[in-house]
Design a protein around this ligand. Sequence first.
Ligand SMILES: *[C@@H]1O[C@H](CO)[C@@H](O)[C@H](O)[C@H]1NC(C)=O
Ligand SMILES: *[C@@H]1O[C@H](CO)[C@@H](O)[C@H](O)[C@H]1NC(C)=O
Length: 319
Amino acid sequence: MFSVTLILTLLGAFTTLSFATPVKRTVSHGAVINRDFPDPGIMRNSDGVWYAYSTSSSSGLVPMSNSTDFQKWTTPTNVLASIGPWATGTVWAPDVRRITPGHYVMYYTARRKGGPSNDHCIGIATASYPAGPFNPHAHPLICDLAHGGVIDASGFEAPGGGLYVLWKVGGNSIGKPTPIKIQHVGADGYTLLGKSTTLITNDPVDGGVVEAPSMIYWDGWYYLFFSSNVYSTLKYDISYAVSRSVTGPFKKVHAPNAPFLVTGKFGTAGPGGATAINVENKYVNMAFHSDINGKNSSGGRAMWTVSNVCLGNGVAKAC
Ligand SMILES: *[C@@H]1O[C@H](CO)[C@@H](O)[C@H](O)[C@H]1NC(C)=O
Ligand SMILES: *[C@@H]1O[C@H](CO)[C@@H](O)[C@H](O)[C@H]1NC(C)=O
């Protein structure tokens, strides 16, 4: 009798233990903003509130939505006061970072006034609150018409606090490559320092482009997420490259460990334009868009999210 009791007690202890040590699993929350909200940039504020910003839509020049639980998001409202005196038209792929308390920087793409249709530049707008209003600077931060324009900027803070901005050169607008570049910036989050470095560029396997860069650091590795193939099709995807150093060299990860996300996984359609966020080295969440009509981008692109991306030894996966 005694030994049976002992065994049952031990089994109980093991059962308790296995429940007390939860296994981290990637969870898809589906279309959490189920309306047109393309190229979402997300950030988690110091008070734990999540903010998402998207390409211009009927919700505004830069629609913003927020969430306290990463599940339920508010109805998007505009947060960019104007496109800026240098620019014309609408905004693409904004990204917002909290640089210091009360200083939020938005990196955004717009067409330069008076230039050809591919003269896209990266602009800066700043705000005291993540809900804006964001006020644009008078001049663009980065232009590169000679190589096809620049789009898809995002910010990155390296371990130790160094700040960087990443972007895509729009070479596909002139039949040229689409390198993804990085440059060190000052403590204000936008003053360019030194020279830019190319991290990756498109190979034949990428279907014409690499774009929408988003970088995170996790346990000794830099993960550079990007999208490849044509954004309006079901081939659009989220892939990644890895490095041990912020400025590279980066190595694209290949099958079976990449792409990270393709059509069909979690019920997505043409997933892309991702932003990954490392929350205090505890977990990594991601937002991206997926075609609402399940076929192409013509019916709009909803914002989807996943919690707990699994990363280790230079591999990122849904687990
Ligand atoms: C969240 O967004 C809504 C608009 O969608 C806005 O009215 C509200 O002020 C925002 N909340 C915070 C905490 O920024
Ligand atoms: C996109 O999908 C819709 C819905 O199936 C279809 O009607 C439309 O023709 C498609 N557009 C293109 C450009 O393929």
